[in-house]
Design a protein around this ligand. Sequence first.
Ligand code: ZN
Length: 82
Amino acid sequence: MVPLSWLVEEGRSLFVWCIRCDHHGTMAVAPLVKKLGDDFPIPRVAGRLVCSRCGAREFTVNPNWNDVDIPGAPRSLPAAQR
Ligand SMILES: [Zn+2]
């Protein structure tokens, strides 16, 4: 699994999405690295979050591809929902 340090190297934030209530947004990586460590796998961050809106612990977690504007690159969110 890809570790948090990869996000730091790439200069990306983390995109998190609550599966239950659709609450979503980006998270800074630095505080997560401080708390969980460089080697913490990105997918496992999902298990460490609590939704501030509905209190659920069910998340999708992805690198925030929107930080870098590469034509044809995958997007975390369809443009219409931003
Ligand atoms: Zn929620």
